[in-house]
Design a protein around this ligand. Structure first.
Ligand code: 5GP
Length: 193
């Protein structure tokens, strides 16, 4: 998606350890008009899918998932919580996710009330690196008996391999920008053709 790639080139900052900082429009300050364009693009790419729910993970996925939902008839958005909270009554699906940026393993939870075998789920997240977050969300959907209809990612770091493994498994993965080169020394960012 050209405008997202251009925005990454304009405002993205390459950090050591294969980290791309996009705090200025995605992860801290948020460009809602860009999110609306991203939502339209996902709607186009998943036009043939019957989707009735969006699943994401806190925190950065929530805003883009909510804007995405407006293009899918305002279907409900569920976000996986990273810590068991008092609001959740023990009836949960859970999975383990290892955080690429924070270098630790945590549990993610979704209440059984909000995912059922009748659900057809689009999973949305901001970044895809090695795929731990997405695989955790897929695991939770599968535990519930719901169907994963597709995976929508804003920025995939293609060189970290998580995306290609999911494509090989047969998932429809739609990443709006795929970064294949991220060089912290000279700040180079290159996208997949
Ligand atoms: P994965 O689980 O695929 O290895 O990493 C995906 C998760 O890690 C995303 O939910 C995102 O929050 C975070 N993440 C991974 N790489 C980056 C990055 O380069 N920049 C930012 N801002 N977040 C990242």
């Amino acid at each position: 998606m050209k405008i997202l790639e251009e925005r990454i080139l304009k405002d993205g900052v390459v950090r050591a350890g294969n980290v791309l900082k996009v705090d200025c429009f995605l992860n801290h300050q948020m460009d809602i008009s860009l999110f609306q364009d991203m939502a339209k693009e996902w709607k186009k790419r998943f036009a043939d899918k019957k989707i009735n729910k969006i699943l994401t993970i806190e925190a950065s996925g929530i805003a883009i998932a909510c804007i995405a939902a407006t293009e899918f008839d305002n279907i409900p958005v569920v976000f996986a919580k990273k810590n068991e909270s008092l609001n959740i009554d023990g009836e949960i699906y859970s999975s383990k996710v290892s955080s690429f940026t924070k270098k630790r393993v945590y549990d993610v939870f979704v209440s059984k009330k909000y995912l059922t075998p009748e659900d057809h789920v689009l999973i949305i997240d901001d970044f895809l690196a090695v795929g731990s977050a997405l695989n955790g969300l897929i695991d939770i959907v599968e535990q519930s008996g719901a169907t994963v209809e597709g995976l929508g990612i804003a920025i995939e770091k293609g060189f970290q391999g998580g995306g290609d493994k999911l494509r090989e498994k047969g998932y429809q993965l739609e990443s709006l920008a795929i970064v294949d080169v991220l060089d912290a020394e000279n700040g180079t960012i290159k996208f997949r053709e």
